[in-house]
Design a binder for this molecule. Structure first.
Ligand code: Z5A
Length: 211
């Protein structure tokens, strides 16, 4: 790694159960062996206020919230997270590994809920200014595979109760974004076993670390 490489902001994306959390653990081990200082965080969440908003967004107390409310709460949680955690870490030279970020809003609220993408762009610009992830790993697998993996784990949250058509729109939106931004968003075939997914992750991280 070049000595002067700026702290990288890396996000993991994909539809439910594709293996983001499992691969985050693997990325941590790669950064540890390179001696890189980093923090790990997630969205929605990452601060006490943002985690409280996460509970509202994912739990069953406000099941019928409007789509606009959902979108605005996602960005409220993100505003707090960026101000209190992400920007300060990057400014200190710490890398940031984040389980989901704004691409998830495009995919779930834009693709899944079919909200106007331009409204999301306006909020993105307002809340993030010029902050964007340096690298996004998009774990891609069929809805059936993700569902099967997620289903083994826990009770479905408010999003996980959506139908296949919703998740197919989410997946299509992620892939379209990757097609539009191939330098930033790297698509990983997450349908195979964990070792085969980790192999792809390692190739991408090695390329970044050896820049
Ligand atoms: N959301 C939104 O709508 N808008 C936004 O802006 C944001 C989020 C930021 C919470 O996300 C929800 O918020 C999410 C979108 C919405 N809802 N959905 N759906 P989340 O990330 O917390 O929830 P999730 O998508 O369900 O992710 P997850 O629960 O963390 O799953 P995962 O991280 O992708 O998978 P995992 O926990 O690593 O793996 C699942 C299981 O599969 C586990 O038992 C693993 O051991 C196993 N696994 C993992 N990889 C493999 C492979 N390759 N082979 C076999 N088994 C595997």
């Amino acid at each position: 790694m070049t000595q002067k490489m700026k702290a990288q902001f890396i996000t993991l994306e994909g539809s439910e159960g594709v293996g983001k959390t499992s691969n985050l653990e693997y990325i941590k081990s790669l950064l540890d062996s390179s001696g890189i200082e980093y923090i790990v965080t997630r969205e929605p969440g990452g601060t006490p206020l943002s985690e409280a908003l996460r509970d509202m967004l994912l739990g069953s107390d406000f099941k019928g919230m409007s789509d606009d409310t959902e979108l605005l709460l996602m960005f409220a949680a993100r505003a707090e997270h960026v101000a209190k955690v992400i920007r300060p870490a990057l400014e200190k030279g710490q890398w940031v590994l984040c389980d989901r970020f704004t691409d998830a809003t495009y995919a779930y609220q834009g693709g899944g809920r079919q909200l106007d993408m331009q409204r999301i762009q306006v909020l993105e610009q307002w809340v993030l200014g010029d902050l964007r992830p340096d690298l996004t790993l998009l774990l891609d697998a069929s809805i059936d595979i993700g569902r099967e993996r997620a289903g083994k784990r826990s009770e479905p949250d408010r999003f996980e109760q959506e139908r296949d058509a919703f998740f197919n729109r989410v997946r299509d939106c992620y892939l379209a974004r990757a097609g539009a931004e191939p330098d930033r968003i790297k698509v990983i075939d997450a349908s195979g076993d964990l070792a085969s997914v980790q192999q792809q992750v390692k190739l991408i991280l090695d390329a970044l670390l050896n820049e």
